[in-house]
Design a binder for this molecule. Structure first.
Ligand SMILES: [Zn+2]
Length: 249
């Protein structure tokens, strides 16, 4: 199982956007990951390791948008603890104020961090024509590959918006790790990866639940997507009834 966590900008103290989190919370996240003793690594390695080693839970931290605070605060923290993570870059934002530059992205990539695409301009792909989606998805991949000299496998949809056409274009462009913003835990190697978001409303006390969800939290999250029949198959009828009573009191 792989728990993929979504993060955005890290700020010193002052929250300006819903998706901002403070340095303190970021440090708390990394500490929580360490304290539960989970492997924390890139998306690519997470899915490989979870299958090969059959680890009970692997954690994959993903950072969207390409903020320069990922280089300032997150990268040194991860290196110090021997952890890795994945960073999704909006290519046309590289080098702008508050965003990463190519030198920083290259340094993180060389140190083992995974770099993925978050399009060229961060549009809602559901608003675009087919050719525009192809441009956003395909050109960002080739530019990142040219700049970094390695294959780019990961893609995350800006704002979490997507439709069938966009998914097909992302697949056809050669991405194999396609991230959404749908919450849940991933089993096996899913076609679309679910991610659990941490944002400015996340409390330090909520962290353990997000990082290491208990059985009931997991089942609660995925409940809508699992049919009763499948649940009974997994749990056995008696356990299913006990669980249902617990969840739907
Ligand atoms: Zn974004």
């Amino acid at each position: 199982m792989v728990n993929v966590v979504t993060l955005h900008r890290i700020v010193d103290t002052k929250i300006e956007m819903f998706s901002d989190i403070t340095r303190d919370l970021m440090a708390g996240i990394v500490e929580s990951v360490e304290s539960v003793g989970c492997e924390a690594t890139t998306l690519g390695e997470s899915f490989d390791h979870s299958i090969i080693a059959k680890a009970p839970l692997v954690i994959s931290l993903t950072f969207d948008d390409g903020w320069d605070s990922h280089y300032q605060y997150v990268f040194p923290l991860l290196v110090r603890l021997g952890m890795k993570a994945t960073f999704f870059i909006t290519v046309n934002w590289v080098g702008k104020k508050n965003y990463l530059n190519w030198g920083q992205i290259r340094e993180m990539s060389v140190a083992g961090m995974e770099i993925g695409s978050h399009t060229m301009n961060h549009p809602m792909v559901t608003d675009l024509k087919k050719e525009e989606i192809i441009e956003e998805v395909g050109t960002s991949k080739s530019i990142l590959e040219d700049k970094l000299g390695r294959e780019i496998k990961g893609f995350s949809f800006p704002g979490g918006f997507y439709n069938r056409e966009a998914i097909k274009i992302v697949r056809d462009s050669g991405y194999s790790l396609i991230c959404t913003s749908r919450p849940g835990i991933n089993r096996g190697r899913p076609g679309l990866i679910r991610r659990n978001s941490i944002n400015s409303l996340t409390d330090l006390r909520d962290l353990t639940k997000i990082i290491m969800p208990g059985r009931l939290d997991l089942l609660g999250k995925e409940m809508l997507h699992i049919t009763k029949g499948a649940m009974i198959g997994v749990l056995g009828e008696r356990n299913y009834v006990l669980l249902r009573n617990k969840l739907f009191r």
